[in-house]
Design a protein around this ligand. Structure first.
Ligand SMILES: O=P(O)(O)OC[C@H]1O[C@H](O)[C@H](O)[C@@H](O)[C@@H]1O
Length: 506
């Protein structure tokens, strides 16, 4: 087994040699890659054939994977070893949906998850039997992005279930606009916060608590049950617990997902978990070369470190997935946006690219010009839904035609006598296709990204489960509150000027 540094260098050397080979010729020279570089896991199909590596590069990437003991680290994750190295904790989001490890800590975590899921089912039934028609879920980051994405993507407009409203930002406009549409007598409010210390959630929670006409319709989902009672007088029977062995951005599968269960039913929520569990089994059991999460992670490492590409775009070609880029920004960039290795030493290579994205085909009318003819090559995850579930067949075919066309045009480019009309091509993409946008398929897709993120972290030697980088801004904000009230002044001269401008016009 070679050492990681040697594998990394060999990979970059080969990438330099490959630069003279176009993506089009890579594919034309090895047409079998169109199927050899593809995976089918239940309702999910993934194809890496239009990524800019050849089989020799893949050999080097897999030796890099072996040098970093990816198979052992996958087992460590599922067994509840302290893979969250800086906080000395397991990261057992897999135990929320699958029971694949015999390790006692993983078994205990799964048992707790099953207990809470039974309580979730009871809450859904009890709320459905009452006067409540609207649910407000107050949370932010990992306590908002996953449920908001999944509830929006999977809700059927005619299902006659609860209407879900998500409140995350501290901006009073968001609160004001939401309350204008709601009836306090027919609304229940969920305070979703793992820490129960997030200012946005607490302030918005106080507004909604005072707005409700019956405090018994205020619920909490948190790892800090005591604070929920102290701060909002919410008794234990109206609190669903979370645990510190689940990271916020990995918590959709826990009680944080209650809004999803309220939107699509508990059976639908459990189908989403089953899809994630199917991906878990694939990731845990497949050898590295037949493992789709390993391929996805190695592709990200190839684009970031071998090709030096600094951003990555995610383009769902389905309006119901328009929040997927937002969700993945937190999952990927809050997990991998680090420059210090788990052992405290500086990283030896670039880590996370800037992830962004938009929905297709709208994005073709906004930033695709840069993707085709800009100086920066942007690797893409193109996401399509084979059966979009509606009867507008012309729309479906046009959407699919555009998705196929963009994948080919970006990879192959086009020549022209007029230099302004030349398409350089060589833009790599991965094709991720769901048979239908239903809970099991979405669960598998999101679990794939979770596992890919973890494995990228292993290869870069960083801890994907902490987020110390979000604390400084919060500390400065709380220190500036008295200055905004005129009771103090800012120490930084620029902040002082900006503060004066803000206060002068407020
Ligand atoms: O769930 P909470 O404790 O309220 O945290 C909500 C979010 O805020 C934190 O600052 C982190 O950036 C996120 O990882 C977390 O998901």
């Amino acid at each position: 087994m070679t050492n990681p540094a040697a594998s990394h260098d060999a990979m970059r050397t080969h990438a330099t040699r490959l630069q003279t080979t176009s993506l089009r010729s890579l594919v034309e020279g090895d047409p079998a890659r169109a199927t050899d570089f593809a995976f089918r896991i239940g309702p999910l199909y993934v194809n890496f054939a239009r990524q800019g590596y050849d089989r020799e590069a893949l050999d080097q990437l897999f030796s890099l994977a072996e040098a970093n003991d990816l198979a052992g680290r996958i087992r460590a994750l599922f067994d509840g070893e302290p893979v969250n190295t800086t906080e000395h904790r397991p990261a057992l989001h897999t135990a929320l949906r699958s029971d694949l490890s015999d390790a006692p800590v993983a078994k205990a975590a799964h048992a707790q998850a099953i207990d809470v899921r039974a309580r979730m089912r009871g809450w859904v039934q009890a709320l459905a039997a009452g006067p409540v028609t609207d649910i407000v879920s107050i949370g932010i980051g990992g306590s908002d992005l996953g449920p908001r994405l999944a509830a929006g993507a999977l809700s059927e407009p005619a299902a006659g279930r609860f209407r879900l409203h998500f409140l995350s930002n501290i901006d009073g406009n968001a609160v004001e606009r939401m309350l204008a549409e709601l009836d306090p007598a027919r609304t229940a409010v969920l305070l979703v916060s793992k820490s129960f210390g997030t200012r946005e959630t607490l302030l918005n929670g106080e507004i909604l608590r005072d707005w409700l006409d019956d405090a018994s319709r205020l619920y909490a989902i948190t790892a800090n049950v005591d604070r929920a009672r102290e701060a909002f007088d919410i008794p234990a029977e109206r609190v669903l617990p979370m645990w510190d062995w689940v990271g916020g951005r990995y918590s959709l599968w826990s009680a944080v997902g209650l809004p999803v269960a309220l939107a699509i039913g508990m059976d639908g929520f459990e189908a989403m978990l089953a899809g994630a569990a199917e991906m878990d089994a694939h990731v845990l059991r497949q050898p590295l070369r037949q493992n789709v999460a390993v391929w996805h992670a190695l592709t990200a490492v190839w684009n970031r470190n071998a090709l030096g590409l600094s951003t990555q775009a995610v383009l769902p070609y389905d309006d119901r997935l328009k929040l997927l880029p937002n969700y993945l920004q937190q999952l990927v960039m809050e997990s991998l946006g680090k420059s210090v290795r788990a052992d405290g030493s500086p990283v030896t290579c670039d880590t996370v690219a800037a992830w962004w994205g938009g929905v297709g085909t709208d994005s073709q009318h906004s930033f695709f010009q840069a993707l085709h003819q800009g100086t920066q090559v942007v690797p893409l995850d193109l996401i399509g839904i084979a059966d979009p579930g509606h009867d507008y067949r012309a729309n479906r075919d046009e959407l699919h035609a555009n998705l196929l066309a963009q994948s080919e045009a970006l990879a192959n480019g086009d020549s022209h006598d007029d230099p302004h009309r030349v398409y350089p091509g060589g833009r790599p993409s991965t094709w991720l296709q769901l048979d239908r946008l239903e809970p099991r398929a979405l669960g598998a897709l999101l679990a794939l990204y979770e596992h890919s993120v973890y494995l990228q972290g292993v290869i870069w030697g960083i801890n994907p489960f902490d987020q110390f980088g979000v604390e400084l801004g919060k500390q400065l904000a709380s220190q500036l509150l008295p200055a905004l009230a005129g009771d103090a002044d800012a120490s930084d001269p620029v902040t002082r000027e900006l503060l004066a401008q803000l206060r002068g016009r407020a």
